[in-house]
Design a protein around this ligand. Structure first.
Ligand SMILES: Nc1ncnc2c1ncn2[C@@H]1O[C@H](COP(=O)(O)OP(=O)(O)OP(=O)(O)O)[C@@H](O)[C@H]1O
Length: 299
């Protein structure tokens, strides 16, 4: 595994922010790191980067500890965005790329490429403070990947972006992954994670409560749903044993079921009531799984 965390614990005084966390991220993987506010995501990222020391456990990147010597291989979008407001975009980003070992000519070329990719080439000579929040966010994303890191850590990359910019960023980071980078990112938007990540982990109060591929995580969930579209009244289906809840939709209803067998009973009962237009057994969404594991209060 490229990035490995083994039994990592971080305490602030008596408070345990990250509790015995282990995870492994394969090379070229897009990895989602999820959790409610205060779950320990940023603390974990800071430990991976060597900005905070773990009290217990080990963290390695390609078998080594991340340090100043490996900083050119790593890109980081911090949660608290930290560009210099008075400095011009070009000066700032080229300076940051040079700090990570890139020469000026290459940095200029890459900067031009990414500004065009994010449709903001005209901001090159603007001061950061002159840009809107969303455009500052794009510039900060560019700062994290300009030096072409092998490992990119993005803390809430989509926050503050409008839907068009979200799509632009998704496509850019997918291309970056396809070119070989390993990407780990946190997000409170489960739909983005579902769309992008092959592997994910959910932490709750510092402890890992879910880890695996999106597919396995969904399969291991106790929740399953049946969606039925019909013009007939299907109210009586709610009383079938094993139907945990019913959600009415414009076209019919979605039933949460406790076992797959209940789906067959629903189908038989629905057909007895008349014809149906649509019948489908649905996997839970990542949002459902998150709420199941982390609690409704954080949904
Ligand atoms: N320097 C610190 N001193 C004391 N407590 C801290 C410190 N840094 C973080 N914490 C605490 O550790 C816990 C985890 O914080 P962290 O920022 O890692 O959460 P998070 O999952 O990134 O949350 P969010 O989604 O809100 O960004 C929180 O309860 C926070 O208050």
């Amino acid at each position: 595994m490229t990035l490995l965390l083994e039994n990592v614990t971080k305490r602030f005084g008596d408070f345990t922010a990250v509790d015995d966390l282990s995870l492994s991220v394969g090379e070229g993987t897009m990895y989602g790191f999820l959790g409610a506010n205060g779950a320990g995501k940023t603390t974990t990222f800071r430990m991976i980067l060597g900005l905070l020391n773990a009290n217990e456990g080990h963290i390695s990147w390609k078998g080594k500890r991340i340090s100043y010597a490996t900083s050119s291989e790593i890109g980081y979008l911090p949660e608290e965005r930290g560009l210099y407001p008075k400095m011009k975009v070009e000066d700032q980003l080229i300076f940051l790329a040079q700090l990570r070992g890139m020469n000026k000519a290459d940095a200029k070329k890459e900067l031009k490429h990414w500004l065009e990719r994010f449709e903001v080439p005209h901001y090159i000579h603007k001061r950061v403070e002159e840009l809107s929040k969303g455009n500052q966010q794009k510039i900060q994303v560019i700062a994290s990947l300009l030096h072409r890191p092998q490992l990119l850590i993005l803390d809430e990359p989509f926050s503050g972006l409008d839907p068009v910019n979200v799509e632009m960023l998704k496509s850019a980071i997918l291309d970056f992954r396809n070119e070989g980078a390993t990407i780990i990112f946190s997000s409170h938007r489960m739909d983005h994670v579902e769309e992008l990540c092959e592997q994910l982990s959910i932490v709750h109060k510092g402890k890992q409560v879910v880890q695996g591929s999106l597919r396995d995580v969904k399969r291991s969930s106790s929740k399953q749903y049946v969606r039925i579209h019909s013009d007939h009244d299907l109210k009586q289906l709610a009383s079938i044993q094993g139907v945990a809840s019913v959600h009415q939709t414009v076209e019919g209803a979605v039933y949460q079921i406790e076992a797959e067998q209940v789906a067959h009973e629903l189908l038989t009962a629905a057909l007895k009531s008349g014809s149906i237009r649509h019948f489908e057994i649905e996997e839970p969404s990542l949002q459902d799984i998150f709420i199941e594991k982390v609690g409704k209060e954080h949904a």
